[in-house]
Design a protein around this ligand. Sequence first.
Ligand SMILES: Cc1cc2nc3c(=O)[nH]c(=O)nc-3n(C[C@H](O)[C@H](O)[C@H](O)COP(=O)(O)OP(=O)(O)OC[C@H]3O[C@@H](n4cnc5c(N)ncnc54)[C@H](O)[C@@H]3O)c2cc1C
Length: 410
Amino acid sequence: MTSYQELGPGLSGAGTHRATLLEILVRAMQAAGATIHWGTPLEKLTRDSTGRPLLQDAHGHRHGPYDLLLICDGASSSLRAQSGVPARVSRYPWGALWFIGLRTPEFDPHVLWQSVSGTRQLNGYLPTGTRDDLLSLFWSLRLDAIPEWRTQPLEKWKRQVLFLAPQAEAFLQQIESHDQMAAAAYSDVVMRQWHGERVVMLGDAAHALSPQLGQGVNLALMDAAALGDALTEHPLPAALAQYSATRRRHLRFYQFATRWTTPFFQSGLLPLGWLRDLAFPILHTLPYMRRQMTATMAGGKLGPFAQMQLQPSPARLPSSTLTRSGEDQSAPRVRFHCMSTNAQHPSDSPVFDVPAQPIEVLTLGESLEAEFPDIPGEEIRQAIETAQKETSFANDLITLKSRVREIIRR
Ligand SMILES: Cc1cc2nc3c(=O)[nH]c(=O)nc-3n(C[C@H](O)[C@H](O)[C@H](O)COP(=O)(O)OP(=O)(O)OC[C@H]3O[C@@H](n4cnc5c(N)ncnc54)[C@H](O)[C@@H]3O)c2cc1C
């Protein structure tokens, strides 16, 4: 068992479902005035005569030209290859089957539980719910073995799962058909830099990796923060160079670490499993090594002997969830467009401009002070502290903030 508290007081991890992150992002985009085009698969990236990016979607509509295009279309990005920035993309032979269900009491809502047998069987349970009490099951499998898995009786597979995780019996009852399990493949995307002329790559489009260390979302969020900082500090071409330079060390470490640890958990190389079972318990007893392993899982390593200074919560709100009164309305303005193949949202969010100034990031306290101007700041801070003690998912701002609101209104 590993705890983030080992890295410093007040530090904790947060298991957050992707839908929660999407919701936070969509709210922030709407508050910032982004126009969101749902159900718009982008197909073509071209340039106008001045080199500015133009897009064409699958419905034949053209978009742009843009001053800057953020390419964040995931591991199988189709825009990356058209951006003119070189990338090497390979696929891991092993992937995983996934199921998200309601957590059963046998699983601790605060623990990521994993079990491995050799290098060919790996089973994990990741609590991902805050509002809904969810649990994600993953089961490692070679991609070319998935068609055969589909033809076998589910009960046979469940017996294999129960061998590794006997406590999963009640949870597994939610799986009644192969179709409830999603298959996931992993890519390894390597780039020397993550920007080109008026284009920049973020998230999996820039650096997809195997999810062995669970870092994909951390890396993507840090990309966004680094790009935001760079655009605040420098004009466009220099900002993009600064973005690539800032991200290089962190991304290199995690790409290297993931590439080298993955075969110890997912491969046909059994001796690596024996080595892992021998070495990991020993490494865990050495305080220095144990801290390094925990820091790696926390996403804060910059190299074998270097790491970031991680700070405890309160987490900071996405900058655009609030705009301050008294903003300079005459400042130059920028218009955001965001396009996604995700079709579950309406496409009619209003067009709205925001100032092209450094965007101010408000802390949770500041945003609540703005929301409750009649409540003294000290009382708000106490409510945040109480809410943080009550919820172990302190980084899930939606849950945390609504709990603070309840306490304040009480
Ligand atoms: C099985 C598995 C388990 C994982 N587990 C973890 C974990 O525990 N922790 C963790 O941090 N990370 C994990 N990851 C990695 C994590 O999911 C990714 O790192 C993260 O989703 C990357 O975010 P992204 O926004 O860059 O890409 P994505 O989440 O892939 O989003 C890309 C978006 O672009 C859209 N899109 C794609 N093509 C187009 C197009 N042509 N036009 C318009 N829109 C398009 C898609 O619809 C999608 O909405 C896991 C990944 C896998 C496969």
